[in-house]
Design a protein around this ligand. Structure first.
Ligand code: SF4
Length: 437
């Protein structure tokens, strides 16, 4: 029986050892880093769901073992399917190189390989460009006949109505902190820095019955799953939000997602979201210094955003406000203003990263045109290392500003304050009134 091994390279990476030591000493960042590292790679589990009985398969989360290559080789694979983001692509390349030396065929996919397929082909036998589901069966057929082509390009966006059921049972039944499912792919907005919203095509929605099938399957494995929706912007542009949220409510799950702060301006949506089990929503507030192009109606005045945050939290859903440091116009003063803004806000969770021009984004193209890209070591494209020339500050000044706002925001006192706030918010949640610690 032919065998395919699936290997994701995921999680938070910090290239500069000093920044790693600093950032990871901050509990808020460390917790999020661990959560990201442990998130199942839904894309590969979905491809596993397309295999027929002719194939056996195995799943190897790259972070879980130091003997990854040996573990994969032990399965005697006919094909190894690898996915990686920009920050982890160098690790994925090294892994593919090792397998190539051992004579094992590899196919590499994901956002980075989609944007830079020629670069990826230096390391893998084949590169998947775009939605993997569209070309996966062809890749398998060619792998079996040892006639892999260099590129497999999805010629059109995959229709999520045909979504295969992800093979959740490849994951261990114990110790999965969060499962992932996807309700939509892409985003109607096109924020200049966003590396996810458009690279795989326009925004598409998975039909409610398909999501229902996934949740039903998941609950046969884990009766009380804690789920992270692997969406770019849940509910944005979706017309059947009421059907979707009512269906999710039937499953009595708890989940975390990412959405647009504007959901807070529709009380019916927020109420239904809380009833459906959403306990935390990450919203991109972005920069106090600069309004990125492409943000559409998401771009507006702070007071209006913070009012929406209050409405969402009043319904028992913790808001994780995301901010970017280092946009054009950033100064020492604006960074300190951000620290004050966050400290005075009611946000119960916060995420701060430095502006990162991921390849394939409009931001990368603009900074490249302006000759401001300083560093093309992909492992530094990790949301904490500075890889471009800021327009006003020096790189060193921006880095020390980033440290300042991180330590102001994630110090023990601020963390304790936000933890208390989270518990306070969740006490209002219709499904979470007991058992909070
Ligand atoms: S709203 Fe979020 S997902 Fe959509 S384009 Fe902007 S950053 Fe990307």
């Amino acid at each position: 029986m032919p065998h395919v091994a699936f290997v994701p390279f995921t999680g938070l990476r910090v290239g500069t050892a000093e920044m790693l030591a600093f950032g990871m000493s901050l509990p808020g960042l460390r917790d999020r880093g661990e959560a990201l590292r442990e998130l199942p790679a839904l894309g590969l589990l979905t491809l596993a769901g397309m295999l027929n009985e002719e194939w056996s398969c195995s799943y190897h989360p790259s972070a879980s073992t130091s003997s990854l290559t040996d573990d994969v080789l032990k399965t005697k694979p006919d094909l190894v399917a690898v996915s990686a983001l920009t920050a982890s692509i160098d690790e994925a390349y090294r892994f593919c190189d090792e397998l190539r030396t051992a004579g094992i065929a590899t196919v590499l996919g994901g956002l980075h390989a989609t944007v830079l397929p020629e670069e990826a082909l230096h390391h893998a036998d084949a590169v998947c460009v775009g939605d993997g589901e569209s070309v996966w069966l062809e890749i398998l057929t060619d792998a079996l006949s040892k006639s892999l082509k260099p590129y497999y390009k999805a010629t059109r966006s995959f229709d999520l109505a045909a979504s295969p059921l992800p093979r959740f049972n490849l994951l261990p039944t114990r110790g999965v902190p969060r499962w992932t499912i996807q309700t939509q792919r892409g985003c109607p907005w096109a924020c200049e820095f966003c590396g996810a919203s458009r690279l795989l095509g326009p925004a598409r929605f998975k039909p409610v019955d398909r999501i229902d099938r996934e949740l039903t399957t998941l609950r046969t494995i884990d009766a009380t799953p804690w789920i992270e929706l692997a969406d770019d912007n849940t509910l944005a542009g979706r017309e059947d939000w009421s059907d979707l949220l009512q269906m999710i409510e039937q499953h009595s799950i708890r989940y975390f997602t990412e959405s647009d702060w504007r959901i807070g301006e529709n009380a019916a949506v927020v109420k239904a979201l809380a009833k459906s089990g959403c306990v935390q929503v990450l919203v991109g507030i972005e920069s106090l210094a600069f309004q990125y192009s492409g943000m559409g109606k998401k771009d507006t005045q702070w007071k209006r955003i913070m009012h929406a945050v209050d409405v969402i939290q009043d319904h028992g859903i913790v808001v994780n406000g995301c901010f970017i440091v280092g946009a054009d116009g950033e100064t020492d003063e604006s960074i300190d203003r951000l620290s004050t803004f966050i400290a005075e806000s009611n946000l119960a969770e916060v995420q701060i990263t430095v502006q990162t021009p991921f390849p394939g984004t409009a931001l990368y193209r603009r900074l490249q045109k302006q000759q401001r890209i300083l560093d093309r070591s992909w492992s530094h494209y990790n949301l904490f290392d500075i890889v471009y020339q800021p327009d006003i500050l020096s790189v060193d000044a921006l880095e020390s500003g980033l440290r300042r706002v991180l330590s102001d925001t994630f110090g023990p006192t601020e963390n304790r304050k936000r933890k208390r706030r989270r518990l306070h918010v969740w006490r209002r949640h219709p499904m979470l009134r007991k058992g909070l610690r």
